[in-house]
Structures are given as C-alpha cells and as structure tokens.
Design a protein around this ligand. Structure first.
Ligand code: HEM
Length: 454
C-alpha cells in the first residue's frame, strides 16, 4: 500500500486571493520559485486550488498517461469556449479517433510540400521590407504564420483584410482566454468590454472558417489537405458507427488549427530575432552559417539538415520562451503521483517554462546559449527536460511543422536582414496571455546585401 504524503501549499497565500498577487505581479518569477518548494505543490488562485507539477519525471508521467491526467482544468475549459472538442481540447475519450483522422496532414511528405509554401511566403515578407524600416516584429510574424497555416492546411489564401481580421481575432482570443482563466465563471456573462471582445473575436473567427468551408464545398474538389480531410471524414475503423464530423465540429477544428498554427510559431521567430539582436556574437555565427549554406538563395526544405545553428537558436529560444507556458490537466480517477494522493477532480498545472528554467537541468538557465544543444560539444540535456511541445499521445501534432517553419523563417531573414532594436521600453514577455509573446518588439530592418533583394 502506498502511503500518501500531503502536498504542501506554496507559502504566502492570502485569504480569498491565494497566490493571485505574485501570480499577477510576476508569474514567471513565481513559477521559477516553485521547484524549491517540492515536486508537487499546491497553488491557490482566488477560491480555486490546483497542484503544480515541478519535477520533470513526474511531468512526463502526467503527459504519458492522458487517460488519468486528461485534457481539462481551467485552461482547457476556457479554450473549449472557442475550439469546442477539437483535437487540442477534446477529452481522452474523443482523442484517438480525431488524431487518426488528422495525422496524415502532418506526414513528412506533406511537410516537405508545405515547406515550399513557407519558403515562398517568407521570401514575400522579407522582399517587402525596406532598408531602415521599423517593423512590428510580432505582427509581421503572425501575418506570415497565419498565411502559411491557411495556405498549407486549408490550401487557401485568405484575402489580406480577412487574414488581418483573423489575426486580430486570434490575439483577442489569446488574451481573453487568459483573463477568463483567472475569472470566476459567474463573471463570464457580464457585458464588460473584455468579455465582449472575446465573444466577438470568437464569432468572427468562426465566420471566417465557415466561409472557407462553404467555398471548398461549393468547389467540390478534394485538395488532399486538412480541410478536405475534415470535410470528407470517414472513420477508418469499420466498427465505428458514429456519424462523421458535423459542421460545428469542423469549424471548431479549423479555428483551433488556425490558432495553434499561427500563434506559437510566430512567437518563436519573434523571440529568436530579439535574442539574436541581444547576442551579436551568436548573430555573427548565424550569419556565417546561413551565408555558407544558402549562398544567397532563400532557405528551403533541402537546406534544413545543414542549418544546424539556426535550428539550435530556435530550440534554445523555445526553451527560454515556450509559447505554451502554463497548461492544465484534470485528474479523472483517484491516483498517486510522486507519493502523493490526487483525488479525482484535482486540477494539475504543468509548465514548460518552469521545467526549462530549472538550474539543475540547464546550468545558467536564463542565458541564451544555443550551444547547449550541440551534442558534439556538450552532453544533451536530460530527456524529460525539454517539453515545449508537450509529450505522450497528446504531443503537439504540429511540432515538425513549427520547427521547419521557424527555422526557414529565421534562416532567410538572417541571410537578408539584420534586425536592430529600436530605443524604447525593454521588451518583456506578455504574461497576461496564454502564449508567451514578446511585448512591444519593434526592430529596425538593415539590409545585409548591398542591393535591395528583388
Ligand atoms: C513552435 C511551435 C509550437 C509549439 C511550441 C507548440 C506547442 C504545443 C504544446 C505544448 C502542445 C501540448 C499542449 C498540452 O500538453 O496541453 C501542443 C499541442 C497541439 N499543437 Fe502545437 N505547438 C507549436 C506549433 C503547432 C503548429 C504549427 C500546429 C498546427 C499547424 C500545432 C497544433 C497543435 C495541436 C492541434 C495540438 C493538440 C494535439 C493533441 O492533443 O493531439 N502546433 N502544441
């Protein structure tokens, strides 16, 4: 019989508020402080309690057993308001069938084809920049990844104003979802501006994907992409008698993919550009690599194996600034984890940010050091220490897609442009958001070629 020890509550909880004050003031510092308190610690957010997993092996155990530790808890409950029971937010009972249906859209042969679209779009973006232009870097990257997502997964280029609106909607949803995570449910329906913005953005994004669905149906062609897979879904299991996906379900999937595909990768490239500008020695080495590998051509799929430092810069960026920084699970049956009893219904929190900033796993964890990932120079970080894409059966379906897109984008940008910081307030992570974005990242584009790229 296992004897279960109690889970300690993190010190400093205030009556009624719990840990809301440190969480609101500096949530990342709060997360970094937690491993010193134990492998599992209790965190209180107002009246809610949750258990934070601070140990990498226990986090892995949670990720591997998605039946016991199911998608749920406050993050996914709020995400379901936008994406319903789509792949990312559905419970275990619905997951395998959906994943089987959607996985072919991420097959390596497909990814190689998508890479051509990525290259074309990255070239179009970098060609449009002018020497000395000040860029809103995150907006540029979101426009890029939004275009790439629609053109690859939905084989469709949205008209520019529609894409702009969709990106604004995603931003409002990301912020609104975070606010709603901290908001007691009865406040949901209050007609306050933040609730209104959230609902309007969700409705607007759903309208956009519905128009994509209607156009595809009207055209009657099967493009062999994710959208066609959803519209023509037939369960491969002959014993499965449930109907194929309803229009509402398809719309939820498209919204979720649009969101997951655009936000995360855009953040990764934007942060990487910021970090490189702060580390000119690494930037110089990156320039040497892309100049040698690309020889003036835009980065394409066949270059990827030789873009080693570029890819390590992305990995290290994702270690420092993981887009999905705080995620939740719900415990479905009474269970034990790390010698502690977790009753059914417990909300678990897990955080790539917390794990990837543990000094015992990453010496000098705040330092941007892409050479950590160079196995010729250093021993690889432990297996459980890098969880930026989650893990287990619900690991990110777009991990390779995201890595390819961000590596190609960084390589082409670095081969053509130097992005320099502009004076202003320091760039900070936006911690009032479900994705960890660089807030206020404006940079000046300086051409690396004597002539403007054609
Ligand atoms: C750098 C880029 C990306 C990062 C850091 C990232 C991160 C993640 C993480 C952490 C999860 C697991 C969440 C959890 O455990 O609760 C996840 C799941 C998921 N991601 Fe990504 N993602 C990225 C790119 C993408 C792209 C490009 C797409 C689609 C085109 C995508 C679609 C999804 C989907 C659909 C899921 C749910 C998978 C499932 O439950 O089976 N992601 N992602």
């Amino acid at each position: 019989m296992i004897t279960a020890s109690p889970i300690a509550t993190v010190p400093g909880a205030l009556p009624l508020l719990g840990h809301l004050v440190p969480l609101a003031r500096d949530p990342l510092a709060f997360l970094r402080s937690l491993p010193a308190q134990g492998d599992l610690v209790r965190v209180c957010v107002g009246p809610f309690q949750a258990v934070m997993v601070c140990d990498p092996a226990l986090t892995r155990q949670v990720l591997l057993d998605d039946r016991t530790f199911d998608r749920g808890g406050v993050f996914y409950e709020r995400l379901r308001e936008v994406g319903g029971d789509s792949l990312g937010s559905c419970p275990h009972s619905l997951h395998r069938r959906q994943r089987r249906l959607l996985q072919p859209a991420f097959h390596p042969t497909r990814l190689a084809r998508y890479a051509q679209t990525m290259t074309d779009q990255i070239v179009a973006m970098t060609d449009a920049w002018r020497d000395d232009q000040v860029l809103d870097v995150l907006a540029e990257m979101l426009a890029l990844t939004g275009r790439v997502t629609t053109m690859t997964l939905f084989s469709d280029a949205l008209p520019a104003p529609v894409l702009r609106q969709a990106i604004d909607d995603i931003k409002a949803i990301a912020q609104g979802t975070f606010q709603r995570m901290l908001m007691p449910p009865p406040l949901d329906r209050l007609p306050i501006p933040s609730n209104r913005r959230f609902h309007e953005a969700s409705a607007s994004l759903h309208r956009t994907v519905r128009s994509l669905m209607a156009e595809r149906r009207a055209s009657g062609t099967d493009h062999g992409d994710l959208l066609s897979a959803l519209l023509t879904a037939r369960d491969p299991d002959p014993a499965e008698t449930r109907p194929t996906l309803s229009d509402d379900e398809i719309a939820d999937h498209l919204v979720a993919f649009f969101f997951a595909g655009a936000e995360t990768t855009a953040d990764a490239v934007a942060w990487a550009l910021h970090l490189l500008a702060q580390h000119p020695d690494i930037e110089d080495r990156l320039h040497a690599e892309v100049d040698a590998v690309l020889q003036g051509a835009p980065a394409a799929h066949e270059h990827l194996p030789r873009l080693k430092l570029t890819s390590r810069c992305i990995t290290e960026t994702l270690r420092l600034w993981p887009p999905g920084w705080l995620l939740t699970r719900t415990v479905t049956v009474d269970t034990h984890l790390g010698g502690h009893l977790l009753p059914a219904g417990t909300t678990l929190l897990y955080s790539a940010y917390l794990i990837q900033h543990r000094p015992d796993l990453y010496p000098d964890p705040e330092r941007f050091d892409p050479d950590r990932w160079d196995s010729d120079q250093r021993p690889a970080p432990p297996r459980d220490a890098f969880i930026v894409f989650g893990g287990g059966p619900r690991k990110c379906i777009g991990d390779q897609f995201g890595m390819i897109e961000s590596t190609l984008a960084l390589a082409t940008i670095a081969s053509r442009w130097k992005l320099r910081p502009v004076p202003g307030p320091p760039v900070r992570p936006d911690t009032h958001n479900i994705v960890l974005q660089p807030r206020g990242l404006r940079m000046r584009a300086v051409s690396r070629t004597t002539q403007q790229p054609s």
